[in-house]
Write a protein that binds this ligand. Structure first.
Ligand SMILES: *[C@@H]1O[C@H](CO)[C@@H](O)[C@H](O)[C@H]1NC(C)=O
Ligand SMILES: *[C@@H]1O[C@H](CO)[C@@H](O)[C@H](O)[C@H]1NC(C)=O
Ligand SMILES: *[C@@H]1O[C@H](CO)[C@@H](O)[C@H](O)[C@H]1NC(C)=O
Ligand SMILES: *[C@@H]1O[C@H](CO)[C@@H](O)[C@H](O)[C@H]1NC(C)=O
Ligand SMILES: *[C@@H]1O[C@H](CO)[C@@H](O)[C@H](O)[C@H]1NC(C)=O
Ligand SMILES: *[C@@H]1O[C@H](CO)[C@@H](O)[C@H](O)[C@H]1NC(C)=O
Ligand SMILES: *[C@@H]1O[C@H](CO)[C@@H](O)[C@H](O)[C@H]1NC(C)=O
Ligand SMILES: *[C@@H]1O[C@H](CO)[C@@H](O)[C@H](O)[C@H]1NC(C)=O
Length: 279
């Protein structure tokens, strides 16, 4: 009796692990990156749920006609894997001058099948877009796995990202920025003049309530990725929340790097060249 309860417990655990192993997630993100390189979304067909919800910049798109059908020369890719939420986040930088992109994609899995796939696809006209700049600064950063004894907990990593956005509508929130700390925004880099300083705090909003935070966390990489709605980002859209991704690399509880992608509805986000550069 007892042994059969134990046995079924072990079976359950084994099933849960088999359902969302790092290896399964890694195979899926490898397939995604190679599908985007070749432009053949069919390379992922076996891992897509028949029910998949696929969006680009928060709009439902047919995966067979979206950006995945373009063969892109990817200059840099980064991925994190979340075996608890059973999801992944990937950053792709394409500097090909004929059509540069910076794309961030999050995927959620059930039973080893991708049930949700959402991409923020940024290009010319999006917030501070400069793929060459993204690649240049990104390549200088170190995003190595965190040694096991130095890892923050999942809660600490997520709290660092949450503090950043909690501060957007509460001036009293202290954000755990480290030194150095730099934000890469579309391609513009706060650390451009001093790579060893904390340049993440150059003023933040205090009355902006971001909406719909969606998390992917990887303790082995010290990273939380948050997709969210950013109200007021595109001035031509009033306070409608815009599709946005912020990814935080956290070391010792402190934010070291922030990578953002923000999609505009109108090219230039309605700031007429008076805001951050949008090339
Ligand atoms: C991952 O891919 C490798 C190489 O194709 C394969 O041997 C392995 O079984 C896959 N693992 C999972 C969990 O899908
Ligand atoms: C597909 O979606 C339907 C309706 O939302 C749901 O009943 C079903 O369980 C889903 N199937 C899978 C494999 O997730
Ligand atoms: C993704 O990046 C890794 C190194 O981080 C590299 O080995 C791999 O070739 C890249 N994949 C593509 C398709 O560019
Ligand atoms: C996962 O898929 C199974 C069918 O394979 C379905 O019964 C279940 O509802 C799904 N779970 C979620 C959270 O969608
Ligand atoms: C893009 O970034 C690169 C690297 O920092 C820089 O040399 C270039 O001037 C930037 N381009 C624009 C149009 O701002
Ligand atoms: C911030 O703190 C000040 C001083 O304690 C307080 O007056 C103010 O209401 C606080 N603001 C918010 C948004 O909590
Ligand atoms: C860069 O920042 C570091 C750390 O704040 C500081 O010690 C250093 O003086 C700065 N260098 C320059 C050139 O401003
Ligand atoms: C930007 O320019 C357009 C057309 O010239 C104008 O309608 C709009 O009010 C301007 N927006 C801002 C924020 O200046």
């Amino acid at each position: 009796m007892l042994s059969s309860i134990l046995f079924s417990g072990v079976l359950l655990l084994a099933t849960a692990l088999a359902d969302c192993s790092r290896e399964m997630l890694k195979n899926a993100t490898d397939a995604y990156i190679s599908a985007q390189s070749s432009g053949h979304s069919t390379a992922m067909a076996t891992s897509l749920s028949p029910n998949i919800s696929y969006t680009e910049n928060e709009k439902p798109v047919d995966i067979k006609t979206g950006v995945l059908t373009r063969s892109l020369k990817i200059d840099l890719n980064r991925t994190i894997h979340d075996t608890i939420a059973c999801g992944t986040w990937t950053e792709l930088i394409v500097t090909d001058p004929t059509h540069p992109y910076v794309i961030q994609t999050r995927m959620l899995f059930n039973d080893s099948k991708i049930t949700t796939m959402e991409s923020i696809v940024t290009q010319k006209g999006d917030w501070a877009f400069n793929a060459t700049g993204y690649l240049y600064w990104d390549s200088m950063e170190k995003w190595d796995p965190i040694p096991a004894e130095k890892r923050d907990t999942r809660a600490v990593i997520q709290a660092a990202g949450d503090a950043y956005f909690d501060r957007f509508d509460n001036i009293n929130v202290t954000v755990p920025f480290g030194t150095p700390c730099a934000r890469l925004e579309g391609g513009a880099y706060t650390g451009a003049n001093n790579l060893t300083a904390n340049t993440c705090y150059l003023g933040l909003p205090s009355t902006t309530k971001v909406t719909n935070r969606r998390y992917i966390v990887d303790e082995t990489m010290g990273v939380v990725s948050m997709f969210l709605g950013f109200p007021g980002l595109d001035r031509s859209q009033g306070m409608a929340p815009m599709p946005d991704g912020h990814t935080f690399r956290v070391e010792g509880g402190k934010i070291k790097y922030i990578h953002t992608v923000s999609s505009c509805v109108q090219a230039g986000c309605g700031v007429n060249g008076t805001g951050p550069p949008s090339m």
